[in-house]
Write a protein that binds this ligand. Structure first.
Ligand SMILES: Nc1ncnc2c1ncn2[C@@H]1O[C@H](COP(=O)(O)OP(=O)(O)OP(=O)(O)O)[C@@H](O)[C@H]1O
Ligand SMILES: [Mg+2]
Length: 231
């Protein structure tokens, strides 16, 4: 049998994408990622989505975590007759990047919530995102564990033309010396200036519309200055 060879012109070329019309400026894609669990990815996703929706943009949260915490948040809200100001959609297993891109092309801001400890999903989400946010908790252990996530992102950065990532310090408590030390240590990396305080309001808001949004408006403004004009 003659083996088939890919000759010139047989490689599949990417179709030219239709330019979005002026009225339909593509939305931004933001991914919340960390190999470590419990750092606040879902909490930040839902608060940021609310802040951006309240700024007047159409927002969709793509839930790429098999635990579907963001989807369950929406289900709990709906069961109580509460309508979140954005939609939460389950990410498709093998087409997360396409799905995110399609929503963004349709003019929606896309926020991707990812699972902990899943390199494959982290890579897909970070690859398609305009901005990657990596939450970290203010303890020595957590800052130390950040290294593996940052290594993975640095590797992606080598292959991508445009790549923006930043660490965001979560559950900051100004009364704790350790929190200040962790905050200082993060200055060695790309980071957001805004830190998210430790508030019981964030723990109680599951299944409801988030209301403590001041820090998330600041984060949205920081993202805006990093990527240029926001949609
Ligand atoms: N800034 C904060 N202040 C107080 N509690 C917080 C804060 N951020 C997150 N939490 C709480 O910490 C816990 C973990 O947060 P969350 O579920 O958002 O993390 P996660 O990174 O999505 O976790 P997982 O990796 O399991 O998906 C939750 O109980 C949440 O309410
Ligand atoms: Mg989560």
């Amino acid at each position: 049998m003659t083996p088939t060879r890919a000759g010139a012109g047989q490689l599949r070329r990417k179709e030219t994408e239709p330019a979005p019309s002026a009225a339909q400026q593509p939305g931004l894609i933001i991914a919340l990622t960390s190999l470590k669990g419990g750092v606040g990815k879902t909490t930040i996703t839902m608060h940021l989505a609310t802040a951006v929706a309240q700024a007047g943009l159409a927002v969709v949260v793509l839930d790429a975590d098999e635990e579907v915490s963001a989807v369950r948040w929406q289900q709990h809200a709906n069961a109580d007759g509460i309508r979140l100001p954005f939609e939460v959609v389950v990410a498709e297993r093998n087409s997360l990047m396409r799905q995110a891109r399609d929503f963004a092309r349709a003019g929606r801001t896309v926020i991707i919530d990812t699972p902990p400890n899943n390199r494959e999903v982290l890579k897909s989400a970070a690859t398609v995102a305009d901005v990657v946010l990596v939450p970290v908790l203010p303890t020595g252990l957590d800052v130390d564990r950040l290294a593996t996530t940052l290594e993975l992102l640095a590797d992606l950065e080598a292959a991508l033309e445009k790549f923006n990532y930043a660490i965001v310090l979560n559950r900051f408590d100004a009364r704790k010396g350790m929190a200040h030390e962790a905050n200082e240590a993060l200055n060695a990396h790309p980071r957001l200036e805004t830190v998210i305080k430790s508030l019981s309001a964030y723990e109680k808001v599951f299944g409801q519309i988030p209301t403590e949004l001041a820090q998330f408006r600041l984060i949205w403004a920081e993202i805006g200055s990093a990527v240029g004009d926001l949609p």
